[in-house]
Ligand binder design. Structure first.
Ligand code: KIV
Length: 268
């Protein structure tokens, strides 16, 4: 495993060479350190932190200050993976000046190497404006959680022909605007395969089937840390919640029965 920090060139080369790209979310130093040591290619400081860290029902309340704070911890825990920071709702939709400033904050204050924002043709100008500042951008189309009120819930997108045609146009617009990668979320596997073949930038799927150039999942979901939602596309690789509960229950019991702290945990 190479030890140098990955760049967007490494990620693009992986697509060209047919090597699948692994991506996970992280929101703090500890998790970032573990996944970085295991060789994850990219870490996304996702605005999903609104749900799994802060307990909000949607990602909409997440602020720029929260993103910067979490991003800093992740970056300090990372030495090889490329760190992408999500641009939260209202940090890029209002005007280009806001979008540029906020993307710049995630790089300058958060330490991210790239930013991600949701949308297709409707945000192409914004992507181009951020890329023009030499900040690498990842696009995100399909089920875009910041659009929950328009979508009427977290629903698979692109099942109707008209939607599928729009998503293909969105992917091409994001590529033409200069994004170096594209997240495809919650779309049928066949459409994701078609988009992946139609663009030269790597596609990173979440609930978008096996033909994407890489995959991303939320760390809390794959470790069984958050059972609030369990979408079909999540595979649970561990039951960390169970391990944590058992450890906490043992601690409480030992404190109650005065068997902790023992002599080995006490000073003389
Ligand atoms: O916020 C997030 O974690 C994301 C991924 C689910 C792609 O955007």
């Amino acid at each position: 495993m190479a030890n140098k920090q990955k760049t967007l060139l490494d990620i693009q080369r992986m697509k060209a060479e047919g090597e699948k790209i692994s991506v996970l979310t992280a929101y703090d130093y500890t998790f970032a350190r573990i996944m970085d040591a295991e060789g994850i290619d990219m870490i996304l400081v996702g605005d999903s932190l609104g749900s799994v860290v802060s307990g909000y029902d949607t990602t909409l309340p997440v602020t720029m200050d929260e993103m910067v704070y979490h991003c800093r911890g992740v970056v300090r825990g990372t030495s090889r993976a490329l760190v992408i920071a999500d641009m939260p709702f209202l940090s890029y939709q209002v005007d280009l000046r806001d979008a540029r400033l906020n993307a710049g904050r995630l790089v300058k204050e958060g330490g991210a190497a790239a930013v991600k924002l949701e949308g297709g043709e409707n945000v192409a100008v914004t992507i181009a404006a951020i890329v023009a500042m030499d900040i690498p951008v990842v696009g995100h189309i399909g089920l875009t959680p910041q659009s929950i009120h328009r979508m009427g819930g977290y629903k698979v997108q692109g099942r109707q022909q008209q939607q599928a045609t729009q998503l293909l146009a969105d992917a091409k617009a994001v590529e033409a605007a200069g994004a170096f990668a594209l997240v495809l979320e919650g779309i049928p596997a066949d459409l994701a395969a078609e988009i992946t073949a139609a663009v030269s930038i790597p596609t990173i799927g979440i609930g978008a089937g096996p033909e994407c150039d890489g995959q991303v999942l939320v760390i809390h979901d794959i470790l069984g840390l958050c059972d609030k939602y369990s979408p079909k596309f999540v595979k649970r690789y561990a039951d960390v919640s169970g391990t944590i509960s058992a450890g906490i229950a043992s601690y409480i019991r030992e404190v109650k029965e005065s068997s902790f702290p023992g002599p080995e945990h006490s000073f003389r």
